[in-house]
Design a protein around this ligand. Structure first.
Ligand SMILES: Cc1cc2nc3c(=O)[nH]c(=O)nc-3n(C[C@H](O)[C@H](O)[C@H](O)COP(=O)(O)OP(=O)(O)OC[C@H]3O[C@@H](n4cnc5c(N)ncnc54)[C@H](O)[C@@H]3O)c2cc1C
Length: 432
């Protein structure tokens, strides 16, 4: 039986259209909060019974913090960072091998502040800003129907459905919305990268007691080695160290078809120590702190999508550009998606009749940049794990350049210029 759900968000806007967000992860909630702030009616549909994030930290680069600031959300997130504040903290690259020599310290400009925060705290900061009546849990999207000129309808596993003027799919890398709009249900369009990531959180007091040479309590570090690297980022005001331990078997790249429910599995401390047995003492001391951990099989969308939008359905966050985590930029790209979507949808010239045009501009402006970051993230992983390599230093020196040195204002202005020529279907002709 199909039940038409009632929209619940308080109308706060002159906009006569309604947005449905599928997926209440970090990117879905940034979209939701910003759309509400932009005066747009929206509802969030999340498959889980409550909001949840993995017990790990997340690092936000300068471009992500600038986009949050532009949306007026940075302060709310920093307020939940448990004492951490955006700071100039150069990423320090050291060898994972004996001697642990300094390889590179990333040069920062005055505006290159970054922030490490616990994921759950970040999610909570965003959830608090939403009207609970606009959030619908236990709503697993199974498909989307979109007849030529009518509103897209989201169908849920429980037999209910919801029609909206715009659907934003923020349902993560295994996105059902992506499958629905590509017409390839059952085909994820992702590849296993051959890299697994073990994740752990350590108390920094325990790390200090291990007598590790590098001071891991202030700056993010990357221990680089052949086919392996370890990223450490302090969170919770320097009380906790977020550690991601990457191990790669390149012969497995793309070769393994892994059922989605096997991407994350428990791993033993012995397995990690075995994989890093050729590393120097600091790495071994750090890894000895592991008690339990999970292993993530790192997947990325491959090839990058040639659409983020179909009709009145748009993808954002990992559903659009799920990428390797090697530049710590996946969420940052989702934040940039949310900012541009909000700006376009709130534009005075956009209404329920031409909302597709705003989405087309979103696709045209956001897709090249997000796909560039996706491709560069895979390259960064190869750089870290290419020891010994003569070009390692020069590659590290420019690692984040195009990601961080992004002119957000110019990007937004380009999109607004595209909307300015909006005149019925002319926009479509001009930009396709
Ligand atoms: C090891 C690792 C480290 C990382 N480190 C960083 C970092 O430091 N900085 C950074 O910027 N990024 C980092 N990333 C990337 C970042 O985690 C992701 O880009 C980000 O979490 C994506 O958020 P999302 O909301 O798009 O997707 P998700 O977090 O996957 O959320 C999707 C949501 O949709 C829901 N959902 C799924 N299917 C359905 C459905 N059919 N119907 C309804 N709801 C559904 C899910 O329950 C979930 O709540 C890292 C990733 C990994 C793997």
């Amino acid at each position: 039986m199909t039940i038409e759900l009632q929209a619940t968000t308080e109308p706060q806007t002159h906009k006569a259209f309604h947005v449905a967000i599928v997926g209440g992860g970090l990117c879905g909630l940034v979209c939701a909060v910003y759309l509400v702030r932009a005066g747009i009616k929206m509802d969030v549909f999340e498959s889980a019974s409550k909001f949840g994030e993995v017990g790990a930290g997340i690092w936000l680069g300068p471009n992500a913090l600038r986009a949050l600031d532009e949306m007026g959300l940075k302060d709310a997130i920093v307020a939940h960072a448990d004492g951490a504040v955006p700071a100039l903290a150069p990423f320090t690259f050291v060898s994972a091998e004996q001697g642990h020599q300094l390889i590179h310290s990333y040069q920062l400009n005055a505006e290159d502040e970054t922030l490490g925060i616990h994921r759950a705290a970040c999610l909570e900061a965003l959830a608090e800003l939403l009207d609970p009546s606009a959030i619908h849990f236990n709503k697993r999207c199974t498909y989307i129907s979109q007849e030529n000129s009518s509103r897209p309808v989201i169908h849920f596993k429980d037999g209910t459905s919801f029609a909206a003027d715009v659907v934003i799919g923020t349902d993560g890398i295994k996105s059902m919305v992506r499958q629905a709009i590509s017409g390839e249900t059952g085909r994820l369009g992702v590849r296993f990268t051959g890299t697994v990531a073990y994740r752990a959180l350590f108390h920094l007091d325990d790390v200090r007691r291990m007598g590790i040479q590098a001071d891991l309590s202030c700056n993010p570090h990357c221990f680089v080695g052949a086919a392996k690297h370890i990223i450490t980022v302090p969170i919770k005001g320097g009380k906790i160290l977020n550690v991601v331990i990457f191990y790669t078997d390149r012969s497995l790249l793309g070769s393994v078809e892994m059922p989605p429910n096997e991407w994350v599995t428990p791993a033993s401390k012995e397995e990690v120590l075995e994989n890093f047995s050729d590393c120097g003492p600091d790495v071994k001391k750090l890894l000895s702190l592991i008690e339990t951990c999970n292993k993530w099989c790192i997947h990325a969308i491959d090839p990058p999508l040639d659409y983020f939008v179909k009709g009145q359905v748009a993808l954002a966050g990992d559903s659009a550009h799920g990428m390797c985590p090697h530049l710590g930029s996946g969420f940052g790209q989702g934040i940039e998606d949310a900012l541009l979507l909000g700006r376009l949808l709130r534009h005075p010239s956009i209404d329920s009749f031409n909302v597709q045009e705003a989405l087309r501009v979103y696709d045209r402006v956001r897709r090249p940049r997000a796909n560039m970051v996706l491709t560069r993230s895979a390259w960064a992983g190869e750089v870290y794990e290419s020891l010994p390599c003569k070009t390692l230093h020069s590659s590290l020196a420019v690692l984040w350049e195009p990601v961080w040195r992004h002119d957000l204002q110019e990007h937004l202005a380009t999109a607004m210029d595209m909307l300015r020529v909006l005149d019925g279907t002319r926009l479509v002709e001009q930009f396709t």
